[in-house]
Design a protein around this ligand. Structure first.
Ligand SMILES: Cc1ncc(C[n+]2csc(CCOP(=O)(O)OP(=O)(O)O)c2C)c(N)n1
Ligand SMILES: [Mg+2]
Length: 200
């Protein structure tokens, strides 16, 4: 993406990825909510950024849980004829909460999100929509032509079994030195949440 791109990120495991992985080149080019950390922030923030800076590319990162909270905003963006790119991290999970439950040795409860056809949802909302399951596919979508009068919504599918395996591998550490290992495992898990042909 160009250097003047404005990015917004929602709240969840994907926020850690964006915080650790996205490089900004100017102040106020990365919009995130710390403190209150309200899910549903990033899509309205991206719409606002696009209205204020119509000539700059705007990318919204959002989890599948966060999008479900505010998906009607896609229709708003399409009605406004603006073209933010919306990248949805589709891991079928309220993952940040699931990880916290697992770290405390609790069974995962109430964190599953049934899969949504993001491309279909996007089109129903007047947007363009596509799903990708590898970094290469994502690059190819971003390199391609896209409409300037409606959002492009990209469903980025993650491979959850890798996240689970990485957690299981670290579970024994947690018993040895609880606080240090907990912190360490969370960091590793977050980094491995990328979507992800990397492990294919
Ligand atoms: C409005 C609101 N409700 C609940 C929470 C608590 N919460 C923080 S992260 C999270 C899960 C986010 O899931 P998702 O959007 O799918 O992102 P992921 O963690 O899977 O990347 C929840 C429920 C919150 N921060 N804001
Ligand atoms: Mg999720």
């Amino acid at each position: 993406m160009p250097r003047d791109t404005i990015v917004s990120t929602d709240v969840g495991s994907h926020k850690m990825l964006v915080g650790q992985g996205w490089t900004t080149y100017a102040p106020r080019a990365l919009l995130m909510t710390n403190g209150l950390s309200s899910m549903g922030f990033s899509l309205p923030a991206a719409i606002a950024a696009k209205l204020v800076h119509p000539d700059r590319p705007v990318v919204c990162f959002v989890g599948d849980g966060g999008l479900a909270m505010v998906q009607g905003e896609l229709r708003v963006a399409a009605s406004l004829k603006i073209d933010p790119i919306v990248v949805v991290f589709c891991d079928n999970s309220l993952n940040r909460i699931e990880l916290k439950q697992m770290a405390r040795q609790y069974p995962s409860w109430g964190t599953v999100i049934e899969p949504t056809d993001i491309a279909l949802l996007a089109r129903a909302m007047g947007c363009d929509g596509v799903e990708v399951d590898s970094a290469r596919a994502l690059e190819s979508v971003l390199a391609g032509a896209r409409a300037k009068d409606r959002p492009l919504v990209i469903g980025a599918k993650s491979i959850r079994r890798n996240t689970r395996r990485s957690f299981e591998n670290q579970r024994s550490w947690i018993k040895v030195a609880p606080q240090a290992c907990l912190f360490f495992s969370r960091t590793l898990i977050s980094k491995r949440m990328c979507f992800l042909s990397v492990w294919k």
